[in-house]
Design a protein around this ligand. Sequence first.
Ligand SMILES: Cc1ncc(COP(=O)(O)O)c(C=O)c1O
Length: 422
Amino acid sequence: MDTDAANTKRQAMADFAEFINPMKVRTMKAAQLDIIEGKREGACVWDLTGKKYIDCQTGSGIMNVGRHNPQIVQKLKEALDTYDIGVFLLCSKQKADLAKKLAEITPGDLQCTIFGVGGGEANDAAIKIARGYTMKTEIISTERAYHGHTGFALSAIGRAAYKEPFEPLMPGFKTVPFGDIEAMRSAVTADTAAILLEPIQGEGGIHIPPDDYLPAIRELCDENEILLILDEIQTGLARTGKMFASEHWGVVPDIMTVAKSLGGGVYPISATIFKEEIQDFFVPHPFIHLSTFGGSDLGCLVGLAVIDYIEKNNLAGHADAMGKRFRAGFDRLLKDYPDLLLEVRQKGLMMGLQYTNESIGPRMTRKMADRSVIAVYTGNDPSICRLMPPLVITPEEVDTVLGALEDSMKELSKEAGLGKND
Ligand SMILES: Cc1ncc(COP(=O)(O)O)c(C=O)c1O
């Protein structure tokens, strides 16, 4: 091993622990994921020491176009030759171009965009718009939901541990079980402004609703003049085999939020996209929601390059095909290791392995890291491993991940004295 690289890594870890977060360093070491990212390419990342990993975590889906995609990087470099972030007070061609493109690729009559920097901010904007436009206050979200750690978004997430230290949070928020239309129906009141949902829960552990759920939610919203906000921050931009997950169920929200992959892994940008009629709210308040860095000119040019790349390379189709290749392997694992693997939940390359108990997630994460795959159990539930590789993953890389899963399960079975199903 290159000793200079090893020393640089050791120092970076020590500095991270001293100046940022010692507990994070400890947790990453325990998971055998004490990686300092060096080179990044396609579906892979190299630790500073040279060890190569297939990245199935990708910041929970930031890297749909692949890590350090050269075409996106080139667009950013070209943009930097002429532009800076732009002045948010002024109108901008780059913002207008990306907003127009988002109107084109989003389903139905979603048309106008407010830009932000991150996903939480995009959801905050969505909730503010919903309250402002409807003049009602109540927001219903779901248990295990994840919408970000900013003010309004944090109030809407469905995990108490993230919220309790900061209470009291925003009033007017409540959660109901995900996928249960009757629970949602019962929660609606005359003061409900919006229902906020991920079409598929990501952070919560890849939970896919029953097929009639989102259409029934749409109907419920229409009957009660409630806005439907769909958070497509993880599910969007071809991850599930369609440009947006809501398209699987033919449901058009009133407001959709997009972030993460819109920045191509190289420049932060998020978008809150809404129907034209909601624009009425902004007529007396054109400056009611501002973000200095939101939708910077550079970010918008990157966003346009990302969408162009996804379309030209048919990443939705590729995600679907690679998802099916994964599925064939998962089916074998389900048959061979029923004591370890209970269920697989999947749409395209949004995949969740439900293990039989909570001790398995962390152990599998370590075994997969040994086999050069980053495959992390979810923070919400260690019995679930979420796999969200870049959508450019190759068939050979899919097979490598499946091989690593098989070897890790074999080893874990032996350790636990379970034995493979033959
Ligand atoms: C579904 C969903 N919404 C919102 C967010 C928050 O995004 P950000 O971390 O950019 O604020 C995330 C982040 O993981 C997410 O997965």
